[in-house]
Write a protein that binds this ligand. Structure first.
Ligand code: NDP
Ligand code: N5H
Length: 256
């Protein structure tokens, strides 16, 4: 089951380890024959990312640091991508962060600093990345980001991240409006819960997964492969009429 993305180049931001959703996307795009460029948060993540990339079918050599809290880092990263790869056809933004103490208890206890940090890394980053990726998408392109239902509805403990995801989803629409003129599409995948490094430390994660098995229309949990294949579709011409959309890949849980 695959789409051909042979001859296309995509940037994948946010691989932390083999459980990362970004890695699920990388595997689907690799299977579709795409060329991939990886970015990681800081130098200390270079080796683990390169070791993982070596396990893929294709020969994807370009891996660059990009801490999205730094304008200079984002600018330098995309200018290096432009120099070394020329044009790109799309980008997967799989990045979010909030302080652990803001992901429990009352949302009304959120600090100003914690609120702004979550917005900065998890939402604003998409806008600055889109700005710098746009000039490289000379033949049009597709930008995909990841969101969660906690950006639409109140979910226990998601708190400050829910507000950041709401802002991210609205950014998707404004960016889709701006970049549509350059034939660049911008969409989000709203994924069901997946056990990743970010999800570690979530106390009742097993209960959340169990509830989905019990209640979601498909009665099973979401896999990184399902998200990866939807991203491959959004990166392909099969989805050429879709922009500004939030596609739920969550076994249908969002309809409840
Ligand atoms: P991971 O922990 O695997 O990935 C999170 C990534 O964010 C890491 O690669 C991390 O990089 C990166 N990151 C954090 N801060 C920065 C920064 N300043 N600059 C650059 N990168 C940064 O978790 P997931 O795969 O679960 O998360 C990916 C996306 O999926 C997130 O947007 C998350 O909200 C979303 N999502 C996750 C769901 C889930 O259940 N897991 C459900 C729905 C959406 P590093 O490791 O290098 O610090
Ligand atoms: C309703 C829930 C349960 C509450 C969990 C919230 C999870 C929020 C996601 C953010 C991204 C988690 C986060 O920032 C964790 C960090 O504080 C600590 N972890 C790290 O620093 C690790 C080492 C690095 C790699 O992580 C990051 N992010 O850089 C939501 C869940 C059911 C679904 C879920 C887990 C959604 C989501 O958005 O990820």
């Amino acid at each position: 089951m695959t789409i051909s993305l042979a001859g296309k180049t995509f940037v994948i931001m946010g691989v932390a380890n083999k459980r990362s959703i970004a890695w699920g996307i990388a595997r689907s795009l690799d299977a579709a024959g795409a060329n991939l460029i990886f970015t990681y948060a800081g130098e200390r993540f270079e080796k683990p990312v390169r070791d993982l990339v070596d396990t893929l079918e294709g020969n994807h050599e370009l891996a660059l640091p990009c801490d999205v809290t730094s304008d200079e880092d984002v600018e330098r990263c995309f200018s290096q991508i432009g120099e070394q790869a020329g044009k790109i056809d799309g980008l997967a933004h799989c990045i979010a962060f909030a302080k652990t103490e803001e992901l429990k208890g009352d949302f009304s206890d959120t600090s100003r600093e914690g609120f702004l940090l979550a917005q900065n890394i998890s939402s604003y980053s998409l806008t600055i990345i889109a700005k710098h990726a746009k000039p490289l998408m000379t033949e049009g392109g597709s930008i995909v980001t990841l969101t969660y239902i906690g950006g639409e509805r109140v979910m226990p403990n998601y708190n400050v991240m829910g507000v950041a995801k709401a802002s991210l989803e609205m950014s998707v629409r404004y960016l889709a409006h701006d970049l549509g003129r350059s034939n660049i599409r911008v969409n989000a995948i709203s994924a069901g819960p997946i056990r990743t490094l970010s999800a570690k430390g979530v106390g009742d994660f097993n209960t959340i997964l169990k509830e989905i098995e019990e209640k979601a229309p498909l009665h099973r949990n979401t896999t990184p492969e399902e998200v990866g294949d939807t991203a491959a579709f959004l990166f392909s011409q099969m989805s050429r009429g879709i922009t500004g959309e939030v596609i739920h890949v969550d076994s249908g849980y969002h309809i409840l």
